[in-house]
Design a binder for this molecule. Structure first.
Ligand code: GRF
Length: 214
């Protein structure tokens, strides 16, 4: 803390539309600065997005490592070069060990395409349609060693329409993601969001089990 602006590193593995939303917002009045982008896949389009924005990138390809602990120690080396205050997972599709998470205690957040604790894991949009849900959404949460199970910071609800396919629903959820993630990073960077003694607070008030819901 105490550094200005707030140093954010984004971890990606794919298209990077959430990274793009974070890049677009940092160029307005938001008080954070993306100091590095790390991908675990060489062909992740998000790497191009970072380069176009002039952000330093690193590749730590999981396929180069046989053991998860070797991959994670390379990831820690890459991360530490950027001296991050917050690590933002945005389409980073590797499960992080308890050791890794402890190393960056309370400093890693993730965005997940469902209203957690419902629909942890993959293929959330299709599973929501199959279950005939009328409501879906997105959650931003702290990363713990409980996969998709860390304390929730905020959620946005998204309606499921009668004629939705997994693709149309994904599109609508993505739009909600792109609004929510920069907002949450801004809360952090401006010191309004805190996670202390296992309680997430926004401007001093506990956010509750579902986080800030909109
Ligand atoms: C998003 O749907 C996010 O919720 C999930 O992975 C996807 C990443 O998309 N964790 P993108 O690479 O940011 O476009």
């Amino acid at each position: 803390m105490g550094k200005n602006p707030y140093r954010v590193v984004v971890l990606i593995g794919g298209n990077g539309t959430n990274l793009q939303a974070l890049i677009d917002h940092q160029s307005s009045s938001f008080p954070y600065h993306i100091v590095g982008v790390i991908s675990h896949k060489m062909d992740a389009y998000g790497l191009e997005r970072a380069k176009l924005a002039g952000i330093p990138t690193s590749l730590v390809a999981h396929s180069d490592f046989e053991a998860r602990e070797d991959f994670e120690s390379a990831l820690i080396n890459a991360l530490n070069q950027y001296e991050p205050q917050l690590i933002v997972l945005a389409g980073f599709m590797r499960v992080l060990s308890a050791n890794f998470v402890r190393h960056y205690q309370n400093k890693i957040i993730n965005i997940h395409p469902s209203l957690l604790p419902k629909y942890k894991g993959l293929n959330t949009h299709q599973r929501v349609i199959d279950a005939k849900e009328i409501e879906h959404g997105v959650s931003v949460h702290f990363v713990t060693d409980d996969l998709d199970g860390g304390p929730i910071i905020a959620q946005v609800k998204v309606p499921v329409l009668d004629n939705d396919t997994a693709d149309t629903l994904r599109e609508r959820v993505h739009r909600a993601e792109h609004r929510l993630y920069p907002q949450v990073v801004d809360w952090f960077a401006s010191g309004r969001l805190k996670y202390e003694e296992n309680i997430v607070t926004l401007e001093g008030k506990p956010v509750g089990a579902r986080g800030i819901v909109s």
